[in-house]
Design a protein around this ligand. Sequence first.
Ligand SMILES: [Zn+2]
Length: 80
Amino acid sequence: MADEIDLANEIAERHTSEALRAALSAATGPRRPVNATGRCRSCKEEIESERLLGDPTADLCGFCAAEAEEIAAKRRRTGR
Ligand SMILES: [Zn+2]
């Protein structure tokens, strides 16, 4: 029973993110390249749908983006 609920949730989630992606690429038009795969450029995991909703061109997941931001901040601090 629990497995069936898990499966149903998973399917629903997948459909939601697919619909979200289609709506986003339709809404943003051709000027900014939308992350069509919805996957992280770095770790290849699926990017959180909330994140893609905020920025359809996001090509890093929350984790990798935080990591990249940390590296960038470190570079800014050291001037390198
Ligand atoms: Zn990632």
